[in-house]
Design a protein around this ligand. Structure first.
Ligand code: CMC
Length: 430
């Protein structure tokens, strides 16, 4: 018997030994892969609260200590010293690039920003008020129609081109969706601009006059992309891995991830935070809303609070809060009351016994919406911004999943609670 094993006693009194595996850091995992084959039982873990679905080298989170690392680098160091493209290279390739590697990567991304003109026609078919997340998911899904024959997942070069296209084209698609919503002409990408500047240009420039990019706004956007770039096996990333595990076209797997991100329990929370703050409206109403959030008969939750993994401050929220100050100081100050309201809500919730006891802290989405709004990005586009940042994480995970020699189609089991076998009754006898 191995020293490093879990031992369980089955109902019939047999001792079952389950191997334990240790990662580089973090809790050990019990390997239950042979449990059904050897013992005829499954495990039950709705929401995968205690289940690891894969091995991964990409991102590490310690939810108790509020630690987030990409490829071993603490997110605070990357936020302070790096930029989104360098972080993207790191996530995709495992190490920070040399200056020559970074220059080449930057050039590649800049020169893949245009969409096939046919793809732009999709936007003519959407209603003017279509939600941009719906358009993003649909148009990214359509990339599988454009790039199906030239996408051989077993070819590393094809996997690289897929990653470059996703990273480079998502801002262009996002901006096209925004322009449709506001009735302005589509603005083509400019490859002389860096990633965040180019997105600002496509979102806000109009053909009628020159557009000047605000460096503070672009810096804030780049920072948000770094903070959103990856978060290990979250709902949308697991969706990308799961869809991709069947061998599906990876562009459609990314479209599935975008759809998963849209939900208010996940990336849609940044939009929901702003809606909630506007509904609260005034500091005098905070107590009432905190009480609503605590009331189990009321479905209302404090949006931007709580996290499946962080049972301490979300490190991304701490960084964003600082950036929020900077943005509101330098840009239009008209959102300051909203920011003050958010700070007051945070203070009240953090002192409340319910939130303390359940370890409910502000998460990344609590402040990101305020920044986006100060940059002039409409609420419906907030989750789209999150998707642009997260796209590199999805891509890195898809690449890791597809090149894993031990990879299997993702296929969970269940506890069946439906009717036991029964006989068909003809309709006239029911
Ligand atoms: N307001 C009030 N109560 C809450 C909240 C909240 N925001 N979040 C959790 N709780 C309570 C919940 O009712 C439960 O209470 P009890 O144990 O009495 O039943 C307890 O805290 C544990 O919550 P849970 O729903 O079992 O925890 P979870 O890990 O399944 O859910 C979450 C995590 C993020 C979905 C949840 O905290 C939530 O709905 N938060 C609001 C939405 C949000 O901000 N989402 C963004 C997440 S961060 C960005 C991202 O990942 O995309």
């Amino acid at each position: 018997m191995s020293d490093n094993a879990y031992r369980l006693i089955s109902p019939s009194g047999n001792e079952i030994e389950l191997p334990v595996r240790s990662g580089t850091t973090g809790p050990d995992v019990i390997d239950i892969a042979r449990l059904y084959r050897d013992q005829g039982v499954f495990t039950y873990d709705p929401g995968f609260v205690a289940t690891g679905s894969c091995e991964s080298d990409i991102t590490y989170i310690d939810g108790e200590k509020g630690v987030l690392m990409y490829r071993g680098y603490p997110v605070e160091q990357l936020a302070a010293n790096s930029n989104f493209l360098e972080v993207s290279y790191l996530l995709l390739h495992g190490d920070l690039p040399t200056s020559a590697e970074l220059e080449k990567f930057d050039h590649t991304i800049r020169t893949h920003t245009m969409l096939n003109e046919g793809m732009l026609n999709f936007f003519k078919g959407f209603r003017y008020d279509a939600h941009p997340m719906a358009m993003l998911s649909a148009v990214v899904g359509s990339m599988s129609a454009y790039y199906h024959d030239e996408m051989d997942a077993s070819n590393p070069e094809h996997r690289d081109i897929f990653a470059h296209r996703i990273l480079a084209k998502l801002p262009t698609i996002a901006a096209a969706a925004h322009k449709l919503n506001i009735g302005q002409p589509f603005i083509y990408p400019r490859n002389d601009l860096n990633y965040a500047d180019n997105l600002m240009h496509m979102l806000f420039a109009v053909p009628a006059e020159p557009y000047e990019i605000d460096p503070v706004a672009a810096e804030a956007l780049d920072l948000l992309f770094i903070l959103h770039a990856d978060h290990e096996q979250n709902c949308s990333t697991s969706t990308v891995r799961m869809a991709g595990s069947s061998g599906a076209n990876p562009y459609s797997a990314i479209a599935a991830g975008i759809s998963a991100l849209w939900g208010p329990a996940h990336g849609g929370a940044n939009e929901a935070v702003l809606t909630m703050l506007e509904e609260i409206g005034d500091a005098s109403q905070i107590k009432k809303y905190v009480e609503k959030a605590k009331d189990k008969s009321d479905p209302f939750r404090l949006m931007g609070f709580g996290h499946r993994v962080y049972k301490n401050f979300d490190p991304r929220a701490t960084i964003i809060r600082e950036m929020c100050h900077k943005v509101l100081d330098k840009l239009d100050r008209e959102d300051t009351p909203l920011f003050d309201l958010a700070r007051e809500l945070e203070r009240v919730a953090l002192e409340d016994e319910y939130f303390i006891e359940k370890n409910l802290y502000p998460n990344v989405d609590f402040y990101s919406g305020i920044i986006y709004r100060a940059l002039g990005i409409p609420t419906s586009m907030f989750t789209v911004m999150f998707a642009i940042g997260r796209s590199v994480g999805w891509t890195a995970h898809w690449r890791e999943m597809i090149s894993d020699p031990k990879g299997k189609i993702a296929r969970p089991r269940q506890l069946y609670m439906g009717p036991a076998q029964r006989d068909y009754v003809p309709v006239e006898k029911r």
